[in-house]
Design a binder for this molecule. Structure first.
Ligand code: MRU
Length: 366
């Protein structure tokens, strides 16, 4: 994606091949800065502290983290230690375990001296595949947007198509393109008039800070709303469809995503607003059956609720306390939306109904 005329990805292998660069997402939208990561411990910290975030990007960072570890020590013991450390950073997004297991499986049977190089190639492959999957999601999602806008030609389009999204499932959450935002980028570039309602997404405000930043870079009209406004907008016919991302999708088509997604799906259902989830197949967990009881939901620090961080008038970053000092807070980071509330799953292979049979058919998973 372009930021002020420069092509960016969220993560890259540095030319020396033994460190990786990432955009520091904690500083956006106020500062665009990158950070260089040299060790797997630093990669783990970057995931845990949300310097990088978003399910697909967490997976790619984990893969590169394992590569960095193997470059220092390619023994089985070191591999297992780094694997466990990276895996423990964020429990909900399945892409992390998927990417780590993919690297581990590949290198396990190789002689030690070949492991680091093999891991590097595989991590790069995972990153490149992510870009291709997200772009394909964009193409499949574009067809849905065209269908819902109901216009043969964009010239006939009188009103912009109003899309509501939650959290950040754009290119900052992936390597490039994004999932939920990829169809929006495709539509805007094709000439469709489009407007995005951006849920601010408390407590960390990924919508207010990151989705709005991305859409602004691309010149896409958007309006930030408080998380509780979506239902009201839907009741008044101001939302044509909802598209969100996913951190883990079960084989039955239930979707775990940023906290608050479920409430949006309920409101969409009550108002007959189409509710789509965009996801690469790396986000499908083929093992889990019971989403509510089996998906580990990350509980984050209460401080994310009790305090708000932002840019101060003097330009520096700062935190302000919102709640009384004696108040406690509970901060589950994700929730589960049952497949019955989802109109369709937009994947790199096409659009699937959110049930086991349809997903099996699309991915022919044995
Ligand atoms: O806690 P975050 O910022 O990592 O949560 C991100 C989300 O919930 C996204 O919607 C999800 O990862 C899909 S991203 C393509």
């Amino acid at each position: 994606m372009q930021i002020k005329g420069k092509q960016w990805r969220t993560i890259w292998l540095e030319p020396n091949g033994s460190s990786i660069g990432v955009i520091d997402q904690r500083k956006l939208p106020h500062k665009l800065t990158s950070q260089i990561i040299y060790t797997y411990e630093e990669a783990a910290t970057a995931i845990q502290n949300m310097i990088v975030r978003g399910a697909p990007l967490i997976g790619v960072t984990g893969a590169y983290g394992l590569m960095l570890s193997l470059q220092k020590d390619a023994s089985d013991e070191a591999l297992e230690k780094a694997f466990s450390k990276l895996l423990s950073t964020r429990p909900t997004a399945v892409n992390l375990g998927w990417a780590l297991r993919r690297i581990r499986k590949l290198v396990k049977d190789l002689p030690r001296e070949q492991r680091a190089e093999a891991a590097k190639k595989e991590a790069q492959a995972i990153a490149e595949e992510d870009v291709l999957m997200c772009e394909a999601i964009g193409e499949h999602g574009l067809k849905i947007l065209q269908q819902i806008s109901g216009c043969e030609s964009y010239k006939d389009q009188k009103q912009p198509l109003n899309v509501l999204t939650h959290c950040n499932a754009g290119w900052l959450a992936t390597v490039d393109w994004g999932t939920a935002l990829a169809p929006i980028y495709k539509a805007h570039r094709a000439g469709m008039k489009i407007h995005v309602w951006v849920d601010e997404t408390r407590p960390r405000n990924q919508g207010a800070s990151l989705t709005s930043y991305e859409l602004g870079c691309e010149g896409i009209p958007h309006t930030v709303i408080v998380d509780n406004a979506g239902g009201h907008l839907m009741q008044h016919g101001l939302v044509d469809l909802v598209i969100v991302g996913s951190d883990r999708t079960t084989k039955k088509g239930d979707v775990c995503n940023k906290i608050g997604t479920y409430l949006k799906a309920l409101a969409a259902h009550d108002n007959s607003v189409p509710f789509y989830v965009a996801l690469p197949s790396s986000t499908i967990d083929w093992e889990i059956v019971d989403a509510l009881n089996e998906i580990p939901i990350e509980t984050r620090s209460p401080s994310e609720i009790l305090e708000i961080e932002g840019q101060l008038i003097n330009g520096g970053m700062g935190k302000v306390r919102v709640c009384p000092y004696e108040s406690r807070a509970f901060n589950p980071a994700f929730d589960v939306t049952p497949g019955r509330l989802i109109t369709g799953l937009i994947t790199e292979r096409g659009v699937s109904t959110s049930n086991e049979l349809a997903l099996q058919k699309l991915f022919k998973h044995e």
